[in-house]
Design a binder for this molecule. Structure first.
Ligand code: GLN
Length: 408
């Protein structure tokens, strides 16, 4: 299984890791913040560690306080009273949650639809669990000089042709990493009709659901008519509370999906990190009172403005994201000297790997090559883009933008 495709190849995060780049390189590569979660959330982890039970195993479903907090915060967004025993499962990050769903449901040879570009972990997670990835690209409108993430579209005929009796799961991601696309209700309804027709499970990765801009509506797939029963929604405390290293996420879905997934997660990690679960519970308990998500979202909108205006000034084409903290820069016209030295990990890869390496080395700003988010046959689409993460404080972004002017 591991020999298939790129599953055993070195992952992009370790190639474009700070350790391999110049020490003063500004990291707009791997998506994590250069600021901490708020003190009032961190304090709750300390309080948990000051107790005996806070340092020990949690229930594999998740700590009761956290499941209760998830129920209270998210039930209204699912239009139902979530059941803390059967419909919520705390996981060690969203990634482990998705992996556990795949472990629970895939039989050898089952097909899994994923839209390209896809978050890179999807591919090995499907392959390691015996599934067969089936790729359906989002098509960017390359004729637009100022495209937004909404200009990346699904060809629904193509999607339908990709489905057959072996299709079991569709992996959806809205808001989408790396494009920033927030799928419209109409698009999701068309996907829902196909999910119904082919009797599929929909894994709806909504980890960036608290980061949507310009008044755009985040539509929960599980909320579409008839979809609750076939959808598992994936969420992440890392994105919501600027705590990506805490590795706390959760799944919300019907009991028939959560129950076998709990069996998988119990055998993979047994339970998730206890003090951090308490901290995330405190975050959810307080978030509404403090308007934490609304304020954070407006801060991200400001960060998006700084980076997008920087590329405007340079006259470079990029996709303006409607959600997430990623922006795709079109690097198809970028040039570098013929004799520029690239390490072996970059040399054998798409043109975008070279472009990102060159930008990191010469300009001092790191980014992520987007062909990593495509299957091998479609590298030629992804290699036109570099992904810049703007989950950084405004001073850092301004410094990055200043350096990037050197690309002209
Ligand atoms: N979600 C993060 C990103 O896209 C990376 C997570 C990881 O490194 N696996 O940047």
């Amino acid at each position: 299984r591991l020999k298939e495709g790129r599953a055993l190849a070195q992952d992009v995060w370790s190639i474009f890791n700070a350790a391999n780049l110049p020490t003063d390189c500004i990291n707009l590569g791997q998506g994590y913040m250069n600021f901490s979660p708020p003190q009032w959330i961190k304090d709750a982890a300390g309080e948990a560690m000051a107790t005996v039970v806070g340092n020990h195993y949690s229930h594999p479903k998740g700590r009761p306080r956290l499941r209760e907090a998830i129920k209270n915060y998210f039930s209204p967004t699912f239009g139902r009273e979530l059941d803390v025993e059967t419909e919520i499962l705390v996981t060690s990050g969203a990634n482990e949650g998705q992996y556990s769903v795949l472990t629970a449901f895939l039989e050898d040879g089952d097909e899994v639809i994923m839209f390209e570009p896809f978050f890179d972990q999807y591919l090995p997670s499907v392959v390691f669990n015996g599934g067969k990835p089936v790729y359906v690209p989002l098509h960017p409108d390359r004729s637009k000089s100022k495209p937004t993430s909404d200009d990346w579209k699904i060809d629904f005929e193509e999607l339908r042709r990709a489905m057959n009796s072996r299709t079991k799961i569709i992996m959806l991601n809205t808001p989408h990493n790396p494009v920033g696309k927030v799928f419209t209700r109409e698009e999701l309804e068309k996907i829902a009709a196909l999910a119904e027709e082919f009797n599929l499970i929909v894994m709806s990765d909504e980890v960036y659901d608290s980061l949507v801009f310009d008044g755009k509506e985040h539509v929960r797939f599980a909320m579409l008519p008839g979809m609750w029963d076939r959808t598992v929604t994936v969420q992440s405390a890392g994105k919501m509370f600027a705590a990506t290293g805490w590795r706390i996420g959760w799944l919300i879905g019907p009991a028939w999906i959560i129950h076998p997934t709990l069996a998988a997660t119990t055998r993979i990690v047994f339970c998730s990190n206890s003090p951090m679960q308490e901290a995330v519970a405190a975050g959810l308990e307080e978030a509404s009172k403090r308007q934490f998500i609304e304020i954070q979202c407006s801060e991200y909108a400001e960060r998006r403005k700084i980076i997008s205006e920087g590329f405007d000034k340079l006259g470079m084409r990029y996709t303006l994201p409607e959600g997430t903290y990623f922006l795709l820069l079109d690097i198809s016209n970028l040039k570098w000297p013929d004799n520029f030295p690239f390490p072996p990990s970059v040399e054998g890869r798409g043109r975008d790997f070279k472009a990102c390496w060159f930008i990191a080395m010469e300009i001092g700003v790191s980014s992520i090559p987007v062909s990593e988010f495509y299957c091998e046959e479609h590298v030629s689409i992804g290699e036109n883009y570099a992904r810049f993460a703007f989950c950084k404080d405004t001073d850092t972004l301004r410094r990055a933008v200043e350096r990037l002017q050197g690309l002209s």
